[in-house]
Every structure is written in C-alpha cells, then in structure tokens.
Write a new protein. Structure first.
Length: 234
C-alpha cells in the first residue's frame, strides 16, 4: 500500500512539473516571436510625368432676355441653335448640353421685369491649333459666355500609370535608405496605398468682349502620383 502511494505521489509531481514547464514556455513564446519579427518599414514616394496636352474642352453659353418666360426661352433656343451649328461647322466634337435655366429678372420692390434664359453646351477640340477658331466661331454665332479651355491628354491614364511606377520606385529607394541606416535588409512588399491623383485643370471664364484673337498656348502639364509602401525587413 505504501508503495502504491509513493508511485502516485511521484506521478503527480511529474505532472505538476510538466504543467509549470508548459506555462513557462507559453510566457516565453511572445518574446521569442518578437525577437524574430523586426516589423517593417513604411516609406512614401512620388512620381511625375510631363506631357503636352492634345485636346481642349470648352463650354459655350447663351444668355437671353425676354418680357415673358416663353419669349426668353424662344430667343435663347434660336441663339443656341446658331451656336451649335457654328461649332459643328468648326468640327468641334462631343457636343453636350450642360445646363438650361430660366429665372425671373427682378427690379426694385421685388417686381418682375422680364425673364432670363441660359443654355450651356460643352465641346471638345482635338486639334489645339484650332481652339481659337472654334471659340471665335461660337462667339460670332451668338455665344456670350465662354468657359475654358480645360487642356488634357487623351492617354492620361497611361501616363498616370507611368507616374505610379516612378512613385513606387521612389518609395523603394527611400525605404532602402532607411533600412541601410538602421542596419536592416529590405524584404518583400507588404502593402501599397495609392495617393490622390492630380486634379484636372480649372476652367476659366471670359466674356464676349475679351475674345478677339483668342490665342491659346497649350504649354505642358505634369501628371503626378503618390504612394505609401510598407516593406518587410530582416
């Protein structure tokens, strides 16, 4: 009987030591993992591509007045038809109506003195050398509001992707410099976050009297991209 008790006591002691060892190993596990996981390096990069615009988008408006709402709308519709015909004759493409509005014109004491109707269309010119001629044709036909031009590239998405490639390469170069300074080796890419792309040019307004010779100089545009890249390190 004493022998059985001694054996049971020994087994319990061994089991207790094993449990304690398991707890110690579990406590040491995070420290071991942290020692083998140095984290990562996050770096930003920018890239840009310079291009020459090859198309222009413009908006042409007609504002008309009349004693009645119908008179204002009729005068406006007739004037806009002439403007559209002139734009088509000048080979302006993608003609699209942007807005049509009609509102009363008030005088002192809130009395209505006639109505104002407006109509605006946009057009795209794919030959920049003809932008001035298109503007002149629209104004001569009766357009009294001109907005633009907004200059752009037909293959802008392709150029933006080129800028993205440069931005990623720039981010990698920055990360390599950081890793070298910290005596680390750069590893695989963990994540890439794309930044906001540069917005389109702003449309500028000019009145009818300001458009005489209408010179247009396309110049150059810079298409830029920004990325944030996280790399593994060792």
């Amino acid at each position: 009987m004493k022998r059985i008790l001694i054996v049971l006591t020994s087994l319990i002691a061994v089991a207790g030591l094993a449990a304690i060892a398991a707890v110690v190993d579990a406590d040491d596990a995070p420290a071991a993992a942290a020692a083998t996981d140095p984290g990562g390096i996050t770096a930003q990069g920018t890239g840009s591509v310079t291009s020459v615009p090859d198309r222009a988008t413009l908006s042409f408006g007609v504002e008309s007045q009349g004693e009645t709402a119908r008179a204002a709308l009729t005068a406006n519709a007739n004037a806009m038809r002439r403007v559209i015909a002139a734009l088509e004759a000048a080979n302006a493409g993608d003609l699209t109506t942007q807005s049509v509005s009609l509102s009363p014109r008030y005088v002192d004491k809130g009395a209505i003195q006639g109505y104002v109707a407006t109509n605006t269309v946009s057009a795209t010119v794919k030959e920049l050398g003809r932008v001035g001629d298109v503007i002149d044709a629209a104004v001569d036909a009766g357009a009294n509001q001109v907005y633009g031009p907004s200059l752009s590239r037909e293959n802008r998405s392709d150029l933006y992707r080129e800028a993205l490639k440069k931005a990623v390469a720039h981010a990698r170069a920055n990360a390599v410099a950081i890793a070298s300074a910290a005596d680390l080796s750069l590893g695989r890419v963990i994540s890439v976050v794309e930044g906001a792309a540069a917005g389109p040019p702003t449309l500028y307004a000019m009145d009818r009297a300001a458009v005489e010779s209408t010179p247009i100089e396309p110049g150059t545009q810079e298409i830029s991209a920004t990325v944030t890249v996280t790399f593994a390190v060792s």
